[in-house]
Design a protein around this ligand. Structure first.
Ligand code: NAD
Length: 261
């Protein structure tokens, strides 16, 4: 349990990759704030599971990260209930698939707020605490779309490229403070976020579900397979180790070879 005594705030952790991060960190003894939307009973069950794995605190903040007040509420809750944040994982995300000429401004603004402004505000909020302790880990789930683009995902591709720039800048600013900042860039991971974009892609490209899976989603992967959330969480866990203290400003691809092409 190498994270005993450490605290973690993980955004978008009621589902998918974020939930896998929470489980992996709890197994190593971290106290955790989870965040996101979802069914109240399922979130209670997730918290109970996290507490039994870690033997310590697990708490939920349902703040909407599209709203800067929600971000502050989460920082305040982490301070009050966990005594601060040693490990920040920026993970919450949404997708909107639409040609650029029809892309709604509200969707653009929402994606920028959740996936770029919220990570900036959270990093800004936790860096002083991490500097004071001389230890911190900032991990952000970027995407293969931080390195390459796909049609009809203008907002998503833009914020993921931005997140890697933010991470590199923070890595430089905190390089002498015992803090590391890194991105993990998955290809397709089998989660509700991917499941939800299948009907949109069927519509915009006039395809069947099978065609979307084989000709769009898996077509980008030389391995022709999706990763599971636990694979992404295993890498995040490694980045929390002391053995990873020299890894900062990096962007790790976990994409079956997609961006090696
Ligand atoms: P998911 O839909 O399973 O989970 C998203 C999480 O974010 C949920 O907990 C949801 O409640 C939360 N969330 C959404 N909007 C929010 C808001 N406004 N405020 C607070 N929480 C909010 O998705 P996932 O696939 O696990 O994605 C997690 C991250 O991984 C995202 O940043 C996504 O871009 C990235 N990613 C996913 C894939 C993939 O193939 N699944 C690939 C590359 C990158």
């Amino acid at each position: 349990m190498f994270l005993k005594g450490k605290t973690a705030l993980i955004t978008g952790s009621t589902s998918g990759i974020g939930a896998a991060y929470a489980t992996a960190l709890a197994r190593e003894g971290a106290a955790i704030v989870i965040n996101g939307f979802g069914d109240a009973a399922e979130i209670e069950a997730q918290l109970a599971e996290l507490r039994s794995l870690s033997g310590t605190t697990a708490t939920f903040c349902g703040a909407d990260l599209a709203n800067p007040q929600g971000v502050q509420q989460m920082l305040d809750q982490a301070a009050a209930e966990l005594g601060g944040v040693d490990i920040l994982i920026n993970n919450a995300g949404i997708q909107h698939v639409c040609p650029v000429e029809d892309f709604p401004l509200e969707k653009w603004d929402q994606i920028v707020a959740i996936m770029l402004t919220a990570p900036f505000l959270l990093i800004r909020g936790v860096v002083p605490q991490m500097k004071a302790k001389g230890w911190g880990r900032i991990i952000s789930t970027a995407s293969a779309h931080s390195l390459t683009a796909s049609p009809n995902k203008s907002a998503y591709v833009s914020v993921k490229h931005g997140l890697t720039g933010l991470t590199k800048t923070v890595a430089l600013e905190t390089a002498r403070d015992g803090i590391t900042a890194n991105c993990i860039s998955p290809g397709y991971v089998w989660t509700p976020l991917v499941e939800k974009q299948i009907p949109d892609t069927m519509k915009t490209r006039n395809m069947t579900r099978e065609q979307v899976l084989n000709e769009v989603l898996l077509a980008s992967s030389p391995q022709r397979s999706m990763a599971m959330p636990e694979e992404i969480a295993a890498l995040a866990l490694f980045l929390c180790r002391d053995e990873a203290k020299s890894i900062t400003g990096a962007n790790y691809s976990v994409d079956g070879g997609w961006t090696a092409q």
